[in-house]
Design a protein around this ligand. Structure first.
Ligand SMILES: [Fe+2]
Ligand SMILES: [Fe+2]
Length: 492
């Protein structure tokens, strides 16, 4: 699709009406120097549904604009000011139109991401003090609106985009591949058609750039605010692949560079988002609570179906199952490919992290001759540094990893309180891995334990079930099989 084609479509599409006249009028009144609160109120009052939604939002816990209840539009304008009311009218009207677009199951994720970016933008603007917070809110709410437009015109194709994103591509890459244009282009086309204020256009255009570039002044401010908010939102509620791409350290660095904020600022803001998202969602009438709960746990489902919790749970389980099956299949097919053994083992670690939602995975090799155990392969953030420190004598009191090899059994340290093994309370584990949340499994060649698979569970909030451990044992067996094959080949 070419951008001009999309612009044409937007103009002719009856399912995507022009932004209501009332918002256009609101924009005009705000732009005129001599208009009064009453002029603005009259325009808003001409649209009863906008009036009631505006009052609801102003009185919501999120805005809590005034201690007393705001019951009249003029009062809202006095309490909030012209600009804020204009921005809220814009947000509410565009939301009203956009939420009815087709785009199906993609929509919920879209709104969760957009709302969390909106509240994060507003919170960042409050700390940064250079962008009006309400403007930041609207810019955050609409920054990815192009995704919705693309999904609206070809939902099936957009599902493929989402699949590619789950597979590790960025939205921009996947959209360009499938649609030839990306959501920034599509968003800008809508912004033009709907005559969004210039700063919102800037946010749509530059929220992925995250470098000062040629932007200056308020344009640079809004880009920074929405760009950082976007990263925070992805980190909180994004899919697995997205979260991995935007670790906290990166977000803090960008926030420092673009907005001069500190880690503490970012932490404070990120900590408040969840509650604020609930409040805004409630006042806009969006039901994303279920999705949010799953996202918080780190979901990575292909698609969400509807409000039904059971459906969502089932979906989640099925998808996890599917991913695991796929990982098993990948590993089996790699076994037949004759990869160099180190490459094979590293690939397996990657597959395990993906399919079982571990943050890091390691392999420690057992040397019976030297009676030592040593880290030899790793995957995940900072995994190689940690791996270099995995080293222990093959003795029972040398810690969990040595014990896994000696006892020849798997440990799931998450159930630390159910076990009477003192070694599981080992402080060294926590120092090395940053968590006690580990799963360790022996890797065999014949009867002998030749290595220990160590899975670091930092990010995971759900329990590792017995079923997971059983599946992981199969993977460990495949690793053992590959090691055996490689050593036979070496001898031959
Ligand atoms: Fe985006
Ligand atoms: Fe985004």
């Amino acid at each position: 699709m070419r951008i001009s084609e999309l612009e044409d479509k937007l103009k002719r599409d009856a399912s995507l009406p022009m932004l209501p006249q009332v918002v256009v009028k609101v924009q005009k009144v705000v732009a005129k120097d001599d208009s009064s609160a009453k002029d603005l109120a009259n325009v808003i009052l001409s649209d009863p549904s906008l009036t009631s939604r505006l009052l609801k939002l102003v009185n919501s816990a999120f805005y809590a604009a005034s201690r007393q209840k705001v019951t009249r539009v003029t009062q809202a304008i006095v309490v909030l000011g012209f600009e804020k009311v204009r921005n809220l009218a814009l947000a509410l009207s565009s939301y009203k139109i956009l939420k009815n677009l087709s785009g199906g199951k993609i929509l919920k994720e879209f709104w969760l991401h957009s709302l969390s970016t909106a509240v994060a933008s507003q919170a960042l603007a409050q700390v940064h003090r250079r962008t009006p917070p309400e403007e930041a809110f609207v810019a955050g709410l609409l920054h990815d609106v192009g995704k919705l437009i693309l999904a609206h015109y070809d939902e099936t194709a957009y599902r493929r985009v989402v699949d590619e994103v789950i597979g590790g591509k960025s939205y921009i890459e996947a959209e360009k591949e499938i649609f030839q244009i990306d959501h920034r282009d599509a968003g800008l086309a809508l912004a033009k058609t709907w005559r969004f204020p210039p700063l919102i256009e800037t946010a749509i255009r530059y929220h992925h750039d995250l470098a000062k570039g040629s932007l200056r002044g308020e344009e640079l401010d809004i880009m920074g605010v929405v760009g950082v908010a976007n990263l925070i939102a992805k980190n909180l509620y994004g899919r697995h692949a997205e979260r991995r791409k935007h670790p906290v350290e990166q977000i803090v660095q960008v926030a420092e560079e673009l907005l001069g904020l500190t880690q503490v600022d970012v932490d404070n803001i990120a900590g408040k988002i969840g509650e604020m998202v609930d409040q805004v969602a409630e006042s806009l009438g969006i039901s994303i609570a279920e999705l949010k709960r799953f996202a918080e746990k780190g979901y990575d489902k292909a698609m969400l179906s509807d409000d039904d919790t059971a459906m969502i749970e089932m979906d989640q389980e099925l998808n996890l199952e599917r991913r695991r099956l796929r990982a098993m299949y990948e590993i089996s097919s790699m076994l037949t490919q004759d990869l160099p053994i180190q490459d094979f083992l590293r690939q397996v670690l990657v597959q395990i992290c993906e399919a079982f939602e571990f943050e890091r995975a390691f392999l420690a090799t057992v040397s019976q001759k030297e009676r030592m155990i040593k880290g030899t392969a790793a995957h995940g953030p900072q995994a190689s540094e940690i791996c270099a420190k995995i080293q222990a004598p093959l003795e029972e009191d040398a810690g969990l990893i040595a014990l896994t090899a000696l006892k020849d059994r798997a440990f799931n340290v998450l159930d630390i309180f159910n076990t009477d093994l003192p070694i599981l309370k080992d402080e060294r584990i926590e120092m090395l891995f940053g968590t006690k949340n580990l799963v360790t499994l022996p890797v065999h060649v014949g009867q002998a334990v030749v290595a220990v698979l160590i899975l670091n569970n930092c990010q995971r909030t759900t329990l590792i079930t017995e079923k997971d451990v059983e599946a992981l044992k199969t993977v460990a067996n495949q690793m053992g099989f590959a090691i055996e094959k490689a050593s036979l080949k070496k001898k031959a």
